[in-house]
Ligand binder design. Structure first.
Ligand SMILES: NC(=O)c1ccc[n+]([C@@H]2O[C@H](COP(=O)([O-])OP(=O)(O)OC[C@H]3O[C@@H](n4cnc5c(N)ncnc54)[C@H](O)[C@@H]3O)[C@@H](O)[C@H]2O)c1
Length: 294
């Protein structure tokens, strides 16, 4: 069955970007958040991102208006029941995802495909919360979704090959480059990226360099577009902390263990850019290096 209508669950950092890109690519989209306030925040960030594209000349006024007209927000899960594909991008907590999938499974016809944007949880395990493991895949986008070209498409041992092929094809219709990968925690990108980010925090903890020096080293010495501590602020320190814990639990390797400084920053509510404070302070017009008392 071809994909026409797409449901997106969660309109945070990733869900808002996914809803934007899917609507811009010509699909009908319904995006669900838990409260009207969070929905409003997510829809406003989509509006801002569309406006930025118009100002830069990468989207016309007409394309922006068409994108808007294909995109609806809701707080009711019921509005997603006739979607052909549901992309889940809620917080990285298995109990929340489990409750959601069990509800969605009751609500949606057997033909609906479920795709999780999880960074580190097991797609196979989530598929077992539903009666459709053959129609369950991982669809892992990157932040910011409208800009980053990659999407990892994850197949489990239970995924129907025809469903997998359909989701790969859907990803190319979004203008993304899909890579095929299997259900191993962290997939390809986070398996390589997470130990690098955690090592940057350990280097800071051990006094190897300052926040600025660590970031500048990787930017100017390795040609990375941003340093690891800036990247952590963009990804979200809370999200990175959840991911690191899940990867450590899975592999029991020291390189995935979250460093104490990361845990303390998350406990203090320093989640990075989205909370206004992480390794940098975002309260002024320009980010400033944060005083972490190190
Ligand atoms: N942050 C990243 O760079 C990144 C990259 C790729 C994948 N991911 C994955 O994407 C998912 C979302 O991450 P994020 O960074 O967007 O987090 P986020 O905290 O910015 O957004 C999550 C949103 O989900 C909402 N939510 C929670 N339960 C819900 C429910 N039952 N129904 C609808 N909405 C619900 C929350 O209110 C919140 O707004 C996670 O699984 C994460 O691992 C994150």
């Amino acid at each position: 069955m071809p994909i026409h209508k797409v449901g997106v669950v969660g309109c945070g950092l990733m869900g808002s970007g996914i809803a934007h890109v899917v609507a811009q690519s010509g699909f009908e989209v319904v995006v669900r958040e838990v409260t009207p306030e969070l929905l409003d925040k997510g829809l406003k960030s989509i509006e801002k991102s569309l406006q930025r594209m118009v100002e830069k000349g990468s989207l016309t006024d007409v394309e922006r208006d068409h994108t808007r007209s294909r995109l609806k927000g809701t707080t009711g899960l019921n509005d997603l029941k006739d979607a052909d594909l549901i992309i889940e991008a809620i917080i990285e907590q298995l109990p929340d995802k489990k409750a959601l999938y069990m509800e969605l499974d009751k609500l949606c016809p057997k033909t609906t495909i479920f795709a999780s944007n999880t960074s580190s949880l097991s797609i196979t395990e989530m598929a077992t919360f539903t009666g459709r493991p053959d129609r369950f895949v991982g669809l892992h986008f990157f932040n910011p979704v409208p800009i980053m070209k990659l999407v990892e498409v994850i197949r489990t041992i239970a995924t129907d090959p025809a469903v997998y092929a359909e989701v790969v094809e859907f990803s190319t219709r979004l203008g993304k480059t899909p890579v095929r990968t299997s259900d191993r925690t962290g997939f390809i990108v986070n398996r390589l990226l997470v130990p690098y980010l955690l090592d940057a925090i350990r280097a800071l903890e051990e006094g190897v360099g300052s926040i600025e020096d660590i970031d500048n080293s990787m930017k100017l010495g390795c040609g990375h577009p941003m340093g690891p501590l800036t990247l952590l602020d963009f990804v979200g320190l809370d999200t990175t902390y959840y991911i690191a814990n899940i990867m450590f639990e899975e592999y029991r390797e020291k390189r995935y263990a979250p460093p104490p400084l990361l845990r303390k920053m998350v406990q203090a509510g320093f989640f990075g850019k989205k909370s206004g404070r992480g390794f940098y302070d975002y309260s002024g017009p320009e980010p400033k290096v944060a005083d972490l008392g190190l």
